[in-house]
Design a protein around this ligand. Structure first.
Ligand code: DHB
Ligand code: FE
Length: 305
């Protein structure tokens, strides 16, 4: 009977069979995930049709490159932030601007400029804003020449590089702060974001009876030597979904205040000619425990490095 198995025997064999050491970590994670899936299939009496439909859905998810679009909605991205916050709390090093999820839509290599930048190309309708502030360490010292990536959605809630309608690096810039750690940039206030209306991601959230909306937000990746690279987002106040983000990523302390400024005085170099909205925001970065922690690398770059 050596090739006949009960469920338990099959699981044991799947999880232990090997002809080489393999990767210990991958083996351990695979064992747990396969065990949990065996249990789910057994307990819920998953039928073969349901099982193969799920595999077809996974294939479609991969084919459309949308796998990164389900993780935030299922809470995984925020989970990783919560665990990182808990680790900081436990180590007594929690400080500075809260981290918030990178999301799947970062693109490295955005055009760089010193101190100030314009993110939009003049075609996006809406409220012109300037966001400005200082990048500091936790003692309040400015971080000279800190690097800041900013990116956000266009008027349709879509991101360049993932939307064939937009030019390369539209609404994406990298700024090198000045010697006082200051940055500023001009753009147009983005609306909220919604997951693509059709395809495997939409199918999943429909089946879960959930919406796929994120409140209006602006993403940041900020770094400087000696401090820990910060990935975060700020939210535009007043959005319908501010406390109902499908990605669970809104955080206290990251909802900005918008000031209405009447005069463009002092903002001429950004091409501001009339009244505009101003957002002031300082980024506060924790000390880095290693050189690795202060690299200006996004999650996307770390994974592909
Ligand atoms: C998703 C989209 C975003 O713009 C974002 O910031 C986070 C997640 C998403 O589609 O999962
Ligand atoms: Fe986003």
């Amino acid at each position: 009977m050596k090739n006949e198995y009960t469920v338990e025997q099959l699981l044991e064999r799947v999880n232990t069979v090997k002809i080489a050491e393999g990767n210990e970590r991958v083996r351990a994670l695979s064992q747990r995930i396969v065990s949990d899936l065996f249990k789910t299939i057994d307990e819920f009496k998953v039928t073969p049709d349901e099982f193969w439909a799920a595999i077809e859905w996974l294939n479609a998810l991969g084919r459309t490159g949308q796998t990164g679009l389900i993780t935030a909605g299922l809470g995984f991205d925020r989970l990783l932030d919560i665990l990182a916050d808990e680790a900081d709390d436990a180590a007594g090093i929690a400080a500075g601007t809260p981290r918030a999820i990178e999301g799947p839509l970062y693109v490295p290599g955005a055009p760089n400029s010193a101190y100030e930048a314009r993110l939009d190309d003049g075609t996006m309708p809406g409220q012109v804003y300037v966001m400005e502030g200082v990048v500091r360490d936790i003692n309040g010292n400015p971080l000279a020449h800190a690097s800041l990536d900013a990116w956000h959605a266009n008027e349709h809630g879509r991101y360049s590089h993932f939307d064939p309608e937009q030019k390369e690096y539209n609404l994406r810039r990298n700024i090198t702060c000045d010697a006082q750690g200051r940055y500023r940039f001009r753009s147009v206030i983005p609306p909220g974001y919604a997951i693509p209306p059709t395809g495997p991601v939409a199918e999943l959230f429909q089946a879960l009876g959930r919406h796929g909306n994120r409140p209006a937000h602006i993403h940041f990746l900020v770094s400087a030597p000696g401090v820990r690279t910060l990935t975060t987002q700020v939210n535009i106040p007043g959005d319908t979904y501010i406390d109902d983000d499908f990605a669970f990523a809104t955080r206290d302390g990251l909802v900005v205040t918008i000031e209405n400024v009447d005069s463009p005085a002092g903002y001429e170099s950004l091409g501001i000619e009339g009244p505009f909205a101003r957002i002031r925001f300082d980024f506060v970065l924790q000390p880095a425990a290693s050189e690795e922690e202060s690299k200006h690398l996004s999650r996307v770059e770390r994974v592909t490095a």
